[in-house]
Every structure is written in structure tokens, then in C-alpha cells.
Design a protein around this ligand. Sequence first.
Ligand SMILES: Cc1cc2nc3c(=O)[nH]c(=O)nc-3n(C[C@H](O)[C@H](O)[C@H](O)COP(=O)(O)OP(=O)(O)OC[C@H]3O[C@@H](n4cnc5c(N)ncnc54)[C@H](O)[C@@H]3O)c2cc1C
Length: 413
Amino acid sequence: MHIAVIGNGIVGTCAAAWLQREGHKVTFVDPLGPAEATSFGNAGSLSPSACLPVGMPGMWKKVPQWLLDPLGPLTVRWWYAPVAAPWLVRFLRHSSVDEVVRIATALRGLLAPIFECYEPLLQRAGATGLMTRSGCLYVYSGEEAARQWAWGMGLRRQLGVVMRDVGEEELVELEPDLKGRFRFGILAPENGSTVDPAAFTRALFAQCERDGADIVRKRVTGFRQAGGSVTGVTTEDGETLDCEGVVLAGGAWSARLTSQLGTSIPLETQRGYHVTVESTNLALRHTVMAVEHNIMVNPMRMGLRIAGSVEFAGLKAAPDYRRADVLLTRAKDMFPHLDTSRTTQWMGHRPCLPDSLPVIGRAPKVDNAWFAFGHGHIGMCGAASTGREIAALVAGRTPQIDLSPFSPTRFAA
Ligand SMILES: Cc1cc2nc3c(=O)[nH]c(=O)nc-3n(C[C@H](O)[C@H](O)[C@H](O)COP(=O)(O)OP(=O)(O)OC[C@H]3O[C@@H](n4cnc5c(N)ncnc54)[C@H](O)[C@@H]3O)c2cc1C
């Protein structure tokens, strides 16, 4: 089939690569170049352990306190509150114990095969060097503090994530730069990372191009449909590109296009920030998740990337880089000797659903359109397995992962 892939972030790129492996002709349609949106500046973690949803049991008690602090880990800009409120209510409804177990089980299914789904793509692209398998250290000020998160860590273990406790002495051996600030850790040795998320995505995209993908640098505004099928995608200049199938991987911008295909999806953007400290004098060996600070610190080839924060302010508002400054302040708390003379800042749009699960499946009202978006905080982790499963759906095969929790019809009620 000739398939138009809308979106060339990591999810669209992986879907295209897997479709090409099955012999399909791909045309990317996106006004931006590869990895110029959210896939550019994320924290790069490739974590089979990242199966917990964002909304956890008891979180509702902390939300009011977070909302009162404009620079806290979660913020809603006041003028956006009426838009965000109904979504946040739905989000909190998915944070019960039963819901979290259901969601984590589904996410574990998607994330367990991260590496088996990325490896063939990276090998073909000659880019295996952009992925590392050095593990992730979840760090805490002490064992007592870690107990607050023990239930979630226990759930991860029950779902098969390999993790082991690390005492203070071993923590310092594993990461000497953490000395003094953290006294307890949990090591997820099977986690991986990319040393440059943008280069990683672009390497896979370049291989798609070498394998014959066409590239159309335009925004999709609608579809030409006939008899329950899409026969073309319409672009901003009014032209229509013929195709025999469509994969919608438009990240946080996907909802307007799903509506045009007859399905309403409650997609919201959780805006996140990074600071990259360019001339780092640290030598971290692992991805470090500072759980109490809610930030991830990852050594990358361009420096030390510190990422986190959740801000509700829609798709159009300008970034509030005070939130990135907060990340840097927290990083200086963690590493007092960090040289912060050269830094860059960035904001990106995580595409999020209220249940923290992406949407992966055939469009309910169209035969030949497939949805692949809404990966929220785990788009780098889940892109390759999403791509493999989209290729199975397009071929009419039973997917290897149970996709029912990710169904586009789940919000219909
Ligand atoms: C601070 C931060 C840290 C993060 N850290 C991690 C991490 O460590 N690990 C992890 O797994 N995930 C992480 N994420 C999440 C991850 O970055 C995203 O889930 C992922 O990049 C989403 O990829 P995507 O391809 O769906 O979207 P994007 O990369 O945003 O790409 C979407 C593309 O669709 C295009 N598009 C949209 N609308 C249209 C249209 N109408 N027509 C044509 N094209 C269109 C856009 O131009 C864009 O190029 C993080 C995110 C943030 C913000």
C-alpha cells in the first residue's frame, strides 16, 4: 500500500520504518523536519520500567499544593484552567489502585519489547551507537523517603521489571557525583537511553528516506474520503495527496485530525522543559531519576540534560522558561559542583490522554486509517513497539501486544 504517515517525530518515523519492512510505500507529510517537535529535546530515556501512569493513587491530595506554587512540578496557567479542569478530573479518576494496576500492565506490555523493536531499525540505519543500555538509577534522600514510592516500585517488580535496591555506599560507587545528597537508590539495570534523541530520530528517518520514503513538507488540514476509506490527505495549500492508507502520528496536534475522521479523543498537552548543561564537569554513567525532585538527569553527547515539569497551557502559549530555571536550580542542589556556565533551554509538548495510555489502533470509522499518538511521557520508549504493532494492524495480523487498552474507541462513552 501507499501510506501517508502524518508526523515525523519518533512515533511516525518508527511506524514508517516498520511499514517499509513489510514492503509498503511511505510518504511523510509534516511541515517540520524530523524531530523538530517533541522528539527533539526529551530526556532520552528508553525505559522498560516506565510503566507507571502519571496519575498515581493519592496524588489528588498533593495537587492543590502543587497548583498554588507557580513553579512547582505541576502548574496550570490561570487562563487555561477552564479548559484543563474537565481533563484533570478525568485524569484523577484514572489514579485509583485498580486503574493504576490496569494501566501499568498495559504499558508494561508496550514497553517490555523496547529494545527488540528498536534494534533492527537502528542496525539498518547504522545507528546502534546512539543507544546505550547503561541502566537507570532512581535516587532518594534516604530509605525512609523511598518508602513513599514503594507501592509503585513494587508494582513494577510484580510486572517483571528487574530492579534492585542500592545502599549509600554502592550508590556512591556507581555514581560518585551523587555523593552527599542521596543515600538510597533503586537500580533498573535493563533500562537504556539515547545519547541524542534528535539525532536518534533523524538517523531512523534518514534510513526511511534511503529506503524510498517521499517527504512532503506541508501541514495536513483534512482528508478526502470515499465509501468509508481515506483516498487522500489534503494539505494547507489545498492540494490533495493520493494514498491508500494513513497513519496519524501527529503527537499533541493529532486531535483535530481524528475529529475529521469521526472520532473525538481527549488529547491534552503536558508541556515539559529541559535544560542542557553543555560543558559538564560531571561523569554520570546512568540515567538518574531524582524521584523527590521529579526530574530526570541524563548524560548526553551534547552535555547533561535535566528534564521534567508538567505545565498545562495549551499548544500556543509561549514557554515560561522560569520552569527551566527551576530545573537548573534543582540540578545544582543535586550536584553543587556542576559547571553551569553554558546552558540551553527548551520546551516541548507531551501528547497526553487522561489515562496515560497512548492511542494505537485503527480509526473506528475509517477502514484504512490508523492512530499512533498520545505517548505522553514515554514516546521515545514506546515508539518502536507502536510502529511494529501498527505494521501488524495494517497487514491484518494479530498484534504481538494486547492493544485493547490503547483502543481509540475507549473514550466513546
Ligand atoms: C521534557 C520532556 C522529557 C521527556 N522525556 C522522555 C523520555 O525520557 N523518554 C520518553 O520515552 N519520552 C520522553 N518524553 C516524551 C516524548 O518526547 C514524546 O512522547 C514523543 O517525543 C512524542 O513523539 P511523537 O512522534 O508522537 O510527537 P512529536 O515528536 O511531537 O512529532 C509530531 C509531529 O507531527 C507533526 N504534525 C502535527 N500536526 C500535523 C499536521 N496537521 N500535519 C502534518 N504534520 C503534523 C508535527 O509537526 C511534529 O513533527 C519527554 C517529553 C518532554 C517534553
